[in-house]
Design a binder for this molecule. Structure first.
Ligand SMILES: Cc1cc2nc3c(=O)[nH]c(=O)nc-3n(C[C@H](O)[C@H](O)[C@H](O)COP(=O)(O)OP(=O)(O)OC[C@H]3O[C@@H](n4cnc5c(N)ncnc54)[C@H](O)[C@@H]3O)c2cc1C
Length: 541
């Protein structure tokens, strides 16, 4: 029997997850198209032209909450068992503490003490609150209302668009003090990865419940470390290749072809390397969007140093790939860009796709600094107030990146990259160093020996800032109005966030196809009270 051709657009976590679930069936011939030279999408690495040695900055700042990230962890376990990948090498041991830092340079922490762990949930939540030193007694009492609200709303599944009020709205409704609201904003931003404006009513309460209140060990989180891309993503790709999945790296999806009826017939993709040696070819950087001419075989954007996308020669020859099914695992603005490229694209007739035009990319800046003295801080400092700092997270990564264990290396992350673009690179570096010294005064006497900086530009990242975007424009179903076109990606997942959202949406998209073909579906796990099987620790060698 002829296999059904599935083309997956984008090799981020959503694309890899969809490919994994589909590859377990014999029914499909799967191709993943990825414009970057490697898989992983937002969890991979970046480099910037301003760094003399062109080193890449990888992404340590990815937190995984075991109670919430159940599908992600089960999927990793599946890959690990099959390919004998050492999971422990890719994820750090558990962290039980968050640090915060306010505008007055005051540090506070939310921690899970050994005693707290012994208390049954959700009582342990009260103890965490009691131990929290970020606000006063009366502020804590008003914060209690917040906890109770989350407990009441928390465990329930909620319909996608139940968007009654946002974070500040319900804090006000609960009558919380100003200090308590500020403290909770810092905490929840760090833990849910969602800015206050995106923390919409019940959705936010559910996340907060699952991350903090559902289990007495729930605050404990792990981070991906520098082995993650070579150690996990690369073997994952090999596993998929061995399962028959075809990868087309450095190919950019240019068009989604339609048969005029309610069916996609295939996609077109341009090869970044095609015609590389041709004189005067024009290229476009996939990271910063710079357009320029290049004649050398090795192309790096002169502005930001990334591998480039390709502007086709005057008579473009994008490759056509026939597809029975297309699974788009692109970010919404990336998909919109493809549809927008064709003025008469039939998908434009659907409100479902027109809404994608509302999504915007985000600018993000990350920096890595090396000091000439060795310090050890156990801090994952987040929730910094952006009015007072140039970044919103800083940490001593020697804790989580084995190759830096002997050095002092700090990573900072700022999701307000647009504002930071206003500074010259040198000024920005000085500001970041100053901020680091404010947060870690011990480092005042140390010199910065090396400083990498990478700006990640809107074409690459999706921003989930506005609540009306999350609820009004997010499609209610991953099944698009076009029968054989299914959407996935963290942005479309209504309940989960970040990596778990991406993985879950990829698996859900695969299940839509598997159901259509009458195939057994991939199991989807839901976070449950008490679900902390400890298997991750058991996989350690
Ligand atoms: C700095 C940072 C920190 C984060 N921290 C956390 C965290 O602590 N915890 C957490 O859970 N999540 C975190 N996230 C979010 C998490 O990384 C993302 O939610 C997740 O990786 C998104 O996966 P995705 O597959 O949906 O999208 P992406 O990873 O964006 O994948 C989309 C893929 O499509 C490709 N693509 C785009 N356009 C085209 C085209 N035209 N043709 C071909 N390919 C194309 C892209 O190159 C990319 O590989 C963080 C993200 C960032 C950037």
């Amino acid at each position: 029997m002829q296999k059904k051709k599935v083309v997956i657009l984008g090799g981020g976590l959503a694309g890899l997850s969809a490919a994994t679930a589909l590859s377990q069936s014999e029914e499909f011939e799967i191709t993943v198209i990825e414009r970057a030279p490697m898989a992983g999408g937002c969890t991979s690495s970046w480099r910037d032209h301003r760094d003399a040695d062109k080193s890449e900055i990888q992404y340590p700042m990815h937190m995984i909450f075991p109670t919430l990230y159940v599908n992600f962890l089960h999927l990793l376990k599946f890959i690990a068992l099959t390919r004998h990948v050492n999971l422990a090498a890719n994820l750090t041991p558990k962290f039980d503490r968050f640090f915060f830092f306010n505008e007055n340079n005051r540090k506070s922490s939310l921690a899970l003490s050994p005693l707290t762990k012994k208390l049954p949930a959700p009582l342990h939540g009260l103890k965490i609150l009691w131990d929290f030193d970020g606000c006063g007694f009366f502020d804590k009492i008003s914060t209690l209302r917040f906890f109770l609200f989350c407990l009441r709303q928390g465990g329930k599944d909620i319909p996608p668009a139940s968007d009654q009020y946002n974070f500040y709205g319900f804090c006000k409704k609960l009558g919380m003090t100003e200090e308590a609201v500020k403290a909770m904003a810092r905490i929840t931003y760090s833990i849910t990865n969602l800015p206050p404006s995106e923390q919409v009513g019940p959705k936010f309460a559910k996340l907060f419940y699952e991350v903090i209140l559902s289990h007495s060990d729930a605050l404990g989180y792990q981070m991906i470390n520098d082995d993650y891309t070579p150690g996990l993503i690369a073997p994952w790709v090999i596993f998929l290749k061995n399962s028959g999945v075809r990868f087309m790296f450095e190919h950019e999806v240019a068009g989604i072809c339609h048969n005029g009826k309610c069916k996609v017939s295939g996609i077109t993709a341009t090869n970044h390397n095609e015609g590389l040696r041709g004189e005067g070819l024009r290229f476009i950087c996939t990271n910063c969007g710079l357009r320029f001419h290049n004649v050398t075989a090795k192309i790096h954007c002169p502005k930001c140093g990334l591998i480039l996308g390709y502007i086709p020669p005057p008579h473009p020859s994008p490759k056509f790939l026939e597809a029975d099914y297309v699974v788009s695992c692109l970010q919404p603005h990336q998909l919109a860009e493809i549809i927008l490229a064709d003025e008469h694209h039939p998908l434009r007739q659907f409100d479902y796709f027109r809404k994608l035009g509302k999504y915007k990319g985000a600018s993000l800046t990350i920096s890595r600094m090396w000091l000439d003295k060795k310090y050890t801080f156990e801090d994952n400092l987040t929730g910094l107030d952006r009015h007072y700092f140039s970044f919103n997270g800083i940490m001593d990564i020697s804790n989580i990146m084995p190759r830096y264990a002997e050095q002092s290396v700090f990573d900072t992350l700022s999701d307000d990259g647009d504002a930071l673009k206003m500074w010259s690179t040198e000024t920005l570096k000085q500001k970041l160093i100053k901020d680091m010294r404010r947060v870690f005064p011990e480092t005042l006497s140390a010199a910065v020996t090396k400083h990498l900086l990478a700006h990640i530009w809107p074409r690459v990242l999706y921003h989930k800032a506005a609540p009306e975007i999350s609820s009004l424009y997010r499609p209610k179903s991953q099944q698009s109005p076009v029968d054989n076109l299914v959407l996935a990606g963290d942005w479309i997942s209504t309940l989960e966030i970040g990596m778990e959202g991406a993985v879950r949406s990829g698996l859900d998209a695969a299940n839509i196809l598997l159901r259509k073909e009458g195939q057994p579906v991939w199991p989807i796990f839901r976070p449950e009270r008490g679900l902390l099987p400890g298997w991750l620790e058991n996989t350690r060698t």
